[in-house]
Write a protein that binds this ligand. Sequence first.
Ligand code: FAD
Length: 395
Amino acid sequence: MTTSQPSGLHILIVGAGFAGLSAAIECTRKGHRVTLFEKVSSIDEITRYGDIISFDPNGSRAFEKWVFPDTSSVAERMEEISRQTEWLDLFHYQGEFLTRQSFAEENRWGRRINGHRGELHRLVYEFVKTRKEEVEVRLGVRVVEYFESDGDEKKGPHAGVVIKGPDGKMEKVMGDAVLAAEGVRSRGRKLVLGLEEEDEQPKSSGYAVYRASMVFTHIDDGNIEESWQFPGKPEEALAYLEGWCSVVRELVKATPPGRLIDYKLVYREPLPTFVSSKGRVALIGDAAHPFLPTSIQGASQSIEDGTVIATCLELACQSNKRWDMSKEQVVPTALKAYEKLRYKRVHKAQAMGPKTRERWHKADWNGPEGVWKVPEKLWLLREEWLLGFDAEGDT
Ligand SMILES: Cc1cc2nc3c(=O)[nH]c(=O)nc-3n(C[C@H](O)[C@H](O)[C@H](O)COP(=O)(O)OP(=O)(O)OC[C@H]3O[C@@H](n4cnc5c(N)ncnc54)[C@H](O)[C@@H]3O)c2cc1C
């Protein structure tokens, strides 16, 4: 793995989901030092469970560049434990086969990796651990506050977080920039948007999913204010499956006790900005733009975020040396560039989630132009602008 010269920047990252881990890895590839905070005290709490996840070529491209000391890449190791699907079969809910969508054409864009979310997540985490010279991982600490200063260089680093450790003790940690990668319920948004937490609750999408080794969407009649993740009961899931083909019903019945989660799908309107007013705190991943599963892009986009932000920081450091840009402008310039590069693209990708969901949930089956006659109407949209994209090259 090629790594740039040390940049002198210290980046604080909050959250060890795909966004935080990817940003940490990409920062080390660009010579930045990283401290990563994660509230769970063992990564098993994240990786033990999990449904399926798919990485499209625009996301999996990064895995090729992440190379373990034994020279195997994260992409190669993922392929050993994942399933290579050359096509997607779509069926009527009563079991009749409808259409096969081939993915063969997509090989020119790169790998498509489908696997167990927890296993693939663990692999990325293990890779981060091989970078221990450059990344300090602090588990079991919850970030409770973000802050930034105007950037008087003589006063030292300009951005920071307050963390609460497992013993309840508070500690202030300073760095040059903070990346908030804490998922849909991000505290970083309070500083970036200047809002109180209660003013910016995510909205219900109207749907929830049962998550085990498969995902199964159902109408959500719960209350978003209360909680968005509950233990799911197979018998309640089965109630939504009256009249469905027996394969699906049997799959639900076979779910081991305690392994079903009923999870609310939430969305947000596009945020006005991803970057704080002084330019030292940025939102990345679902904290900036939650994705519905039907886009099949949330994790891939969060990897793109990490790649773009790490590269912008590297390029801003180079500009600082070449053109004598003032040093305190390096981080704000890089973070603003990240927002500019990401904003339109990520929202265009995000919009594909509701689009596919409507096509699937509200399909006209029997009309003259219905899907029995034109089954391709239910195919996933597979477009070059999205899947053939190289975030690092583009930046
Ligand atoms: C059912 C379902 C299926 C999906 N399928 C796909 C798919 O096939 N392909 C795809 O690309 N995307 C898919 N997505 C979307 C994808 O999972 C997300 O977009 C992506 O995982 C977001 O990653 P993240 O790192 O931003 O957030 P998260 O994964 O939510 O990670 C946030 C991390 O931050 C930690 N954290 C939170 N608060 C704090 C705090 N205060 N201090 C410290 N740590 C904190 C959390 O513990 C967590 O580990 C799916 C989503 C769902 C719901």
